[in-house]
Design a protein around this ligand. Structure first.
Ligand code: SF4
Length: 399
């Protein structure tokens, strides 16, 4: 009897939309070291803030569904316990806050008694404002949170002989799926629905007011990116975020329980309470015409007159913050097709670099060092990567 031999191992490469594709676009070489080389950043600040804000928003929604606590929520009573819970969960996974004392209460003498006061950092005020400004409109529309989506696509790499697989798997986690029925009482006086109604595509689509539609929602713990006026194919953070939402919609649409998806919404939560650094970049965006959001004369004057210091941080209006923190993205077949093609190109680039390395090319020759200044500034590899090899001391801070 002839025994059959074991077939060669066959695995389909899996790509996460944010963890791989967007990360590769931030800098190819940094992605290689961190994701493929498992070299965790020594200062994973961005990672911590991102996970923390997502965790708290998700838990806040769960609390709201259970207790229906009225808005506005009180930070100490309603939000602080959620923050502690998320911090503990993250620490159990090895993700620690920026400093060990980040959440440690300090003592203050009130009357004659020493009372423990929990510190309220900028991220806590940002979360409090996000819940009280957006949560009260968002939570009643929400259907589900943290929805895992996956799909299979043809491997774009042309080198059919050497490519690892004929397909690749793309996956992601949608922060929120909201259902929208325009005529329902929940949609009445809802600020998110009001923002949607202002959009051109919303006005021209003949939506059935009795039908339920879906909206895909993503939170980002960052400022709104500079607007890119170039076509969707152009590589810029502004377009990457749109590709992400459009790809989510393609993946979601394939799930059996999905309904027609009419829009994607990104909430840029730093806009609710910008840091000094955020506001400096926002100011430059406005001055250089790279902001897509209309600004009132009063807010414009406040920003123009601001000298960039924390002491004189301007008191901007809530409408300015709300307008800048919400970005609505139209979902259409053509745009989805374009976004998928762009992510196919990114997978092609990653696979090419992987192949080059497996053929013996060095890491630095296989992966491009192409981070922007802000990314490089926080990067652990800047002192030996190609981009800064001519000036290895560029980022050394001299006191
Ligand atoms: S220093 Fe900049 S270019 Fe070099 S690896 Fe880091 S992010 Fe990329």
């Amino acid at each position: 009897m002839k025994l059959s031999s074991k077939s060669n191992e066959y695995s389909v490469p899996e790509y996460s939309l944010t963890g791989d594709l967007l990360s590769f676009l931030t800098c190819n070489l940094q992605y290689r070291y961190q994701n493929k080389g498992s070299l965790q950043p020594s200062r994973p600040l961005q990672l911590w803030f991102g996970e923390f804000i997502h965790g708290v928003m998700e838990e806040a929604y769960t609390e709201w569904t259970l207790k229906k606590t009225q808005f506005p929520w009180d930070w100490l009573k309603d939000i602080r316990p959620i923050e502690e819970k998320i911090d503990q969960r993250m620490q159990a996974r090895g993700l620690y806050p920026p400093s060990p004392k980040y959440f440690t209460p300090y003592k203050e003498i009130i009357g004659n008694e020493p009372i423990e006061i929990p510190p309220k950092r900028i991220i806590s005020t940002r979360i409090e404002n996000s819940i009280n400004l957006w949560g009260k409109h968002l939570f009643p529309l929400m259907d589900s949170a943290e929805v895992l989506i996956k799909g299979l696509r043809t491997m774009p790499l042309e080198d059919k002989i050497n490519r690892r697989s004929d397909f690749y798997c793309v996956n992601g986690v949608i922060d929120v799926i909201s259902s929208l029925k325009i005529n329902s009482p929940v949609s009445k006086d809802n600020l998110i629905v009001e923002y949607l109604k202002k959009e051109e595509f919303y006005k021209k689509n003949r939506l059935n007011f009795e039908r339920e539609y879906e909206i895909i929602i993503d939170y980002k713990g960052m400022k709104r990116p500079s607007q890119d006026f170039k076509p969707l194919e152009n590589r810029s953070p502004w377009n990457y975020h749109e590709w992400q939402i459009l790809t989510y919609s393609w993946l979601r649409y394939r799930q059996t329980n999905s309904r027609e998806i009419i829009a994607g919404i990104i909430f840029y939560l730093n806009e609710i309470l910008p840091s000094n650094e955020d506001l400096r970049v926002i100011k430059t965006d406005i001055e250089k015409g790279r902001s897509d959001v209309e600004i009132s004369k009063k807010d414009r004057d406040l920003i123009d007159d601001w000298d960039g210091t924390e002491e004189n941080f301007p008191n901007l209006s809530d409408s300015f913050k709300l307008d800048r923190s919400i970005r609505i993205i139209e979902i259409s077949k053509e745009k989805v097709k374009k976004a998928l093609k762009e992510f196919d190109n990114v997978v092609n680039d990653i696979e090419k670099s992987t192949l080059n390395e497996s053929k013996g090319k060095s890491i630095k020759k296989s992966w491009k060092a192409d981070g922007d200044d802000r990314t490089c500034d926080a990067c652990d590899f800047k002192n030996f990567c190609n981009k800064h090899s001519n000036n290895p001391f560029k980022f050394l801070t001299i006191p």
